[in-house]
Design a protein around this ligand. Sequence first.
Ligand code: SF4
Ligand code: SF4
Length: 462
Amino acid sequence: MADGSVLLSNDAGFTAAVSKADFARFSAGRLGSGEKLYGELAAKGFVREMTDFEGFAAACSKKNAFLGAGPGLHILVMTLRCNHKCLYCQSGALGAAGGRTDMSRAVARKSVDFALKSTNPGITIEFQGGEPLLNWDTLKDSVLYARRRAKELGREVRLALVSNFSLMTEEKARFLVENEVSVCTSLDGPADLHNKNRIFTGGNSHADTVKWLKYFIGRAAKQVPEYKTFNPSALLTVSKYSLGREKEIVDEYLRNGLTDIFARPLAPIGYAKNLWPKIGYSAGEFAVFYRNTLNYILKLNAAGKKIRERHAVIMLEKIINGSDPGYLDMRCPCGAAIGQVAYNYNGDLYSCDEGRMVGWEGDDLFKIGNVLKDSYRKVMLAPASRACAAASNLESQPQCSRCVYKPYCGVCPVYNYETQGSLWGDMPSSGRCALSMGMFDALFALLKKPASAKILKGWVQK
Ligand code: SF4
Ligand code: SF4
């Protein structure tokens, strides 16, 4: 670690930070069994002859409980059309005119039926695009159909909408709240920064976003008796323009009543690949941004403000609670097909939304079937489903299998394929691996400081 200590981890997800001198004694077998550190390491499963294998197995099993569940996230691409032209867009969206790439009601209903075949007991159907509100009639029909079928089948179904809110109206918003469709949008910071990233020639993207965030948060705060709690969320995509503006961005989230901020690095794929020299940055630059953001959030927490960073929450859930937070892009194997399925407007099925975007560029490597033709079993056993599971198994990644962050990390076959030309990729030269390391380094450094550790642990306390 940066302070010269050595971080240890094991497959059950336990960690211990020890000084270099103690580590040298421990690895040479010279740590006395009566020493406090020996007791700590033994209790955490680092001493073979003292390991409680039943406890160790129970911890492994809890951590990997998702393995037998089946896909929980079902992303329905309502349309490829969008009225924004965001600098970093990966979705392959088209302009707002025409309806050639809109999902029909028939395909949407088939998609809902397919999602309900999942063996996962609690599924989420997420409506995405392009901008899904451009295909409102199908979206509305799908919501009502999913609610009806879930009731008939006695299934737990969560519904979610990812939208830029620019086409939201009072009538649509009421419908979403009444049918318990949670909403998620993008908020990249103050107006000038947000609008620089999220180009909307038909209006002011930032103004629409904050207007409707306020509306939906107001609904949640009121907890209108006939509605259940309804918590809107927002995503932050970090472009080069965000660097150095950490405080302003966090303040913007607080100002708009949001209690979580999800600082997501850019990936050099989709539109962002071509614009990388203009909007991209190095993993080191992102690490600085991430550290500054976390430090500022912790300072606000210490002053009594309520706000968390989502990546940290995801990692802490694994590190502190030893459980899987359901984040599909950072787990082993990753969520491709076995954790999520993306349904394209025409019924084609992909391992994930990122796999669908590769398909949109003309390469169907990540296609796993079609909702109108293929059975659930066939889709789950498709070559791409199996290849992604194998490629994202960290045990088969030479660098990951020896990495201290392995118990909490995950690799992305789509990212590897797009940036390095193979599903397995090469972690020592992978930009995504470097980004993950930067975030883990920042978090573990903070966990070593008692004051920040107390706040961070509070974020995931049950
Ligand atoms: S991707 Fe990188 S940080 Fe993650 S486990 Fe592999 S080597 Fe470690
Ligand atoms: S392939 Fe990548 S984007 Fe797709 S589920 Fe896996 S980690 Fe996520």
